[in-house]
Design a protein around this ligand. Sequence first.
Ligand SMILES: C[S@@+](CC[C@H](N)C(=O)[O-])C[C@H]1O[C@@H](n2cnc3c(N)ncnc32)[C@H](O)[C@@H]1O
Length: 324
Amino acid sequence: MTVYKPLLDLLAADEPPLRRWATLIPEQIKKGLDPKRFGKLEQWQKAINTLPELSVSAIELTDKVALSTSDTITAEDTEKIKTELKQLHPWRKGPFDFFGIHIDTEWRSDWKWDRIKNQIKPLQGKTVLDVGCGNGYHCWRMAGAGAELVIGIDPTAVFVMQYQLMQKYIQSRKVFVLPVGIDDVPENLQTFDTVFSMGVLYHRKSPVEHLQQLNQCLRPGGELVLETLIIESENDELLFPKDRYAQMSNVWFIPAIPLLIKWLERCKFKNIRVADINQTSTEEQRATEWMTFHSLADFLDPDNRDLTVEGYPAPKRVVILAEK
Ligand SMILES: C[S@@+](CC[C@H](N)C(=O)[O-])C[C@H]1O[C@@H](n2cnc3c(N)ncnc32)[C@H](O)[C@@H]1O
């Protein structure tokens, strides 16, 4: 809980909506990081505790996420550190430069950030919510872009522990990743200047409800940054996978852009615009020594990389910006 004390103090001193959330967060953290639910929690915590107390000489968040130390790290130390870091496998979002160790994650999340960073409203001094932030890679980059406070939320405990591992060294008073899902965020916060939802919409059984929840988190005039899977069509079409999509069992709806825009309009978003469309490449998402499970290359038709193994269009993603 000490990891989150600065956040709780900040929120407790804020406007009523955030004060209200602050009263709920301690219980939400307990539930989100309950050892009875997550059998490996102790192992993850032990790995974090075992990592050496290095003095941090530089923290780079603007062009990459990189930590440096002036302490001497021997080849033997490096191997020990790598072993502890790998206790928190799978490392999906990154990369991180961890005191000279390159954590080459499954995703080149920096590529996604590069595609959006110059399109969104400036984050300087802003209060940001990153829904489904994974281990918080983009949250660190948002802080690097000048955000005053970034709250990431993600219900996957191992990713939250990866954030806590980084936070052990960064000790940021601006970036916090909470072990909660969007349904734990109180209704009608109407607080955040920018709300990101990247890679989450298609995991929700009710996409419209998700967009409404995001709208409620934003202050009037705030910006939504929505990144999600799409199918290509000029019509209001939707792919509803019969079963799995690219081997994922939790992909529910993949809309075409015109339908996605219609959903956003129905949820009262304005100034809706497409900022980027990108078909995910096997260079951007791939297995590495830090994520040894199957990855995109295994989920595509070996004879036609434009199709998934199930015969659906291969993953293509849009970034849509909209205002409340
Ligand atoms: C595909 S990843 C995207 C991670 C990151 N936003 C990015 O774009 O690289 C989706 C994330 O959403 C999280 N997630 C799933 N259900 C969620 C929910 N109900 N609320 C918030 N996050 C959720 C998952 O744990 C996962 O880390």
